[in-house]
Design a protein around this ligand. Structure first.
Ligand SMILES: O=C[C@H](O)[C@H](O)[C@H](O)COP(=O)(O)O
Length: 249
């Protein structure tokens, strides 16, 4: 007898949160597709609806990996162009707090993710319950760094009290990991981050840092699955059960 593949609890929660996000999607929308394993569940679910003829949307992806998934799922894609705005972007997160301040970039897609989040009228985060933290800083903060600038960026991050680590390829730890833009990725351990706005300001003035993974004031809502229950978090508000939450009008 073969044993059916086991799905871990975070994976089930990710899938549940991602599928719930379909309630935010309307016909004719231009949708930003996030990156990472939770966003991948959303892309697969959106593709199912489109193939069945239940939804008609166009999309742009925040990474080459998500673009490939979207093509496989049959989601029509549009190229970046001037004036393009997204009705909705659905993306994952590595951490989020009660103000919906996020740490992103664990998969290295932070730059394109922030570009689409900023070009979106509504950023919806989908995540499993482990991502909710009382204070940011448990997950090391990712930076995308121009290779030439690396030594000085490492010095500057250390001067801010961080411990920067150059991200290496998982399948070849002798090679530095590269973003879709061919830049380096640096993971910074700052410990607890009581003032993310101040840290973001200090990082964004360091030459050579193309982008940092703090997403502040960008997310309108987050769908968080706790085992089999799903909650909607909004900045500074108590989470409400997704079933009683009115998604987009
Ligand atoms: O660069 C990657 C992204 O910011 C992801 O959205 C983030 O790392 C969360 O990924 P996952 O859904 O796989 O936990």
């Amino acid at each position: 007898m073969t044993t059916p593949p086991q799905t871990t609890q975070p994976e089930q929660e990710k899938k549940l949160a991602a599928r719930t996000a379909l309630r935010w999607v309307r016909n004719g929308m231009l949708v930003g597709l996030g990156s990472g394993s939770t966003a991948a569940f959303f892309i697969a679910a959106l593709g199912e609806f489109i193939r069945r003829g239940d939804l008609q949307v166009q999309a742009t992806a925040t990474s080459l990996a998500s673009e490939t998934l979207a093509r496989q799922a049959g989601i029509p894609l549009v190229e970046p162009r001037r004036g393009l705005r997204f009705d909705l972007t659905v993306d994952g997160a590595d951490e989020l707090d009660a103000h919906l301040r996020l740490v992103k970039g664990g998969g290295g897609a932070l730059l394109r993710e922030k570009v689409l989040a900023t070009a979106s009228d509504y950023l919806l985060i989908v995540a499993d319950s482990s991502k909710v933290v009382p204070q940011l800083g448990r997950f090391p903060l990712p930076l995308e760094v121009v290779p030439f600038a690396l030594p000085w960026v490492l010095d500057a991050v250390a001067a801010l009290g961080g411990a920067p680590v150059l991200r290496l390829m998982k399948n070849d730890p002798t090679e530095a990991a590269r973003s879709d833009q061919n830049n380096f990725l640096v993971d910074c351990h700052f410990g607890a981050v009581p003032d993310p706005e101040q840290l973001a300001f200090r990082l964004q003035v360091i030459p050579g840092i193309v982008e940092h993974g703090l997403f502040l004031g960008l997310a309108q809502a987050a769908i968080i699955a706790h085992e089999t229950e799903v909650f909607v978090h909004q900045p500074g508000a108590e989470p409400v059960a997704a079933a009683s939450f009115r998604a987009l009008p």
